[in-house]
Design a protein around this ligand. Structure first.
Ligand SMILES: C[S@@+](CC[C@H](N)C(=O)[O-])C[C@H]1O[C@@H](n2cnc3c(N)ncnc32)[C@H](O)[C@@H]1O
Length: 369
């Protein structure tokens, strides 16, 4: 098998390592899940940086697994590479006998292996059978989607997953074309899309078929449903101090990630109560302020990084979370008191300069929701 290491640059690698280090570098053995192993770039760097870490790598693509297995062969005694969809993580962990994990990374979307493969049908620039399944052992192909979905179904897929303005026109062209004969090739589909888009619009926004191909890939692989189930399942498995990092490349992926994290970093107790009610406190803290974007240098070196959005979070010790709430409440009360007549103002020197857990310039609170 060819070695693809040179052709693939892991996205935001240094930042991922930095975020995962406090969780994986703790004393004793730690467990890290790479939920999207791909060619094993991030996994290799984690294994090199943390000699006491056991890595569980998942991928639904058997070809990617084979490449990663070859690349990570020197770590064979502390890796488990599993053919699985990432929403199957709890079952995989049960089977392997790991009740909890310390780190988890999701680097979503397709790998360069899949995009560059001439026969997988992911790329509009290459003619191939319309497959687009990441797992070629099961599921429906893009050919089936294109040739069997109704006009409203096709238009919805293209509009929602591809954010395609001309979704209706493209769906109509597909329906007309398939009445003449089954659409089986990626080049034919790409040409059909190009013809459906008005000439002035073709000149902007990259290749006209890019959005349609992305939409079909997301539909074929049921990517968003799997992600929506996988994120909470992975968060549930993290130990106190355990960390999750997610790299999204599509606004809907990032929105699901933001929602999954927002649900955990919010207190569900009454706002004015000075103490958290049992079970109502935040269970995670954000490590990223909003979604982190790549720097210009990274994008120049690795064009695939251009659309990445990083979010990360850490599981809290429930006791520390309760304490943080108490501190925040105390701070709120002090600020409120300062605004009462005769008690000074926040700028008068009597108020706190910063408050624990208030997120003043720290990375602790991110954007919250
Ligand atoms: C962007 S690549 C990961 C690259 C990897 N971080 C590296 O450094 O080589 C994404 C990988 O995730 C896999 N993948 C996508 N969705 C998946 C899912 N729902 N379950 C398991 N693997 C998935 C793809 O097959 C692909 O190999």
């Amino acid at each position: 098998m060819g070695e693809l290491r040179g052709t693939h640059v892991p996205v935001l690698l240094e930042r991922c390592l930095e975020l995962l280090a406090p969780a994986l570098g703790r004393n004793g053995r730690t467990i890290h899940v790479d939920a999207t192993l791909g060619l094993g770039g991030h996994a290799e760097a984690v294994l090199e940086a943390h000699p006491n870490t056991v890595l569980i790598g998942l991928d639904r693509d058997t070809e990617a697994l084979a490449h990663a297995r070859a690349r990570l062969a020197r770590f064979a005694d502390r890796i488990h590479l599993e053919h699985a969809v990432y929403d199957e993580l709890p079952e995989v962990l049960d089977r392997l006998g790991y009740p909890a994990i310390d780190g988890v990374l999701f680097d979503l979307g397709v790998s360069s292996l899949q995009l560059d493969a001439p026969d997988r049908g992911f790329a509009y620039a290459q003619d191939a059978p319309l497959d687009m399944r990441m797992d070629q052992t099961r599921g429906v192909t893009a050919e089936e989607v294109v040739n069997t979905y109704s006009h409203p179904e096709l238009a919805r897929v293209l509009r929602v997953y591809g954010e395609e303005k001309f979704a209706g026109r493209i769906a109509s062209a597909i329906i007309r074309e398939r009445e003449r004969g089954r659409i089986t090739s990626s080049a034919r589909l790409a040409e059909l899309v190009r013809e459906s888009i008005p000439a002035p619009a073709r000149r902007t926004g990259g290749h006209p078929a890019k959005r349609t191909f992305q939409a079909l890939r997301i539909e074929v692989n049921r990517e968003l449903a799997a992600l929506e189930a996988a994120l909470p399942a992975a968060l549930d498995k993290l130990t106190v101090g355990g960390r999750m990092v997610v790299l999204s490349y599509h606004s809907l992926e990032d929105r699901l990630t933001k929602a999954a994290l927002a649900d955990r970093v919010r207190s569900k107790g009454p706002v004015d109560l000075p103490v958290e009610l049992p079970g109502s406190g935040p269970t995670f803290r954000l490590l990223s302020r909003g979604a982190e974007l790549p720097g210009d240098k990274e994008v120049a070196a690795n064009p695939r990084a251009a659309s990445v959005r990083l979010r990360a979070a850490e599981r809290l010790d429930p006791e520390a979370a309760r304490q943080g709430r108490t501190d925040r409440e105390r701070y709120r009360r002090r600020v409120k008191a300062m605004h009462q007549p005769g008690t000074g103002s926040p700028g008068s020197g009597t108020g706190p300069r910063s408050a624990p857990g208030d997120g003043n310039g720290t990375d602790e609170e991110g954007e919250g929701t």
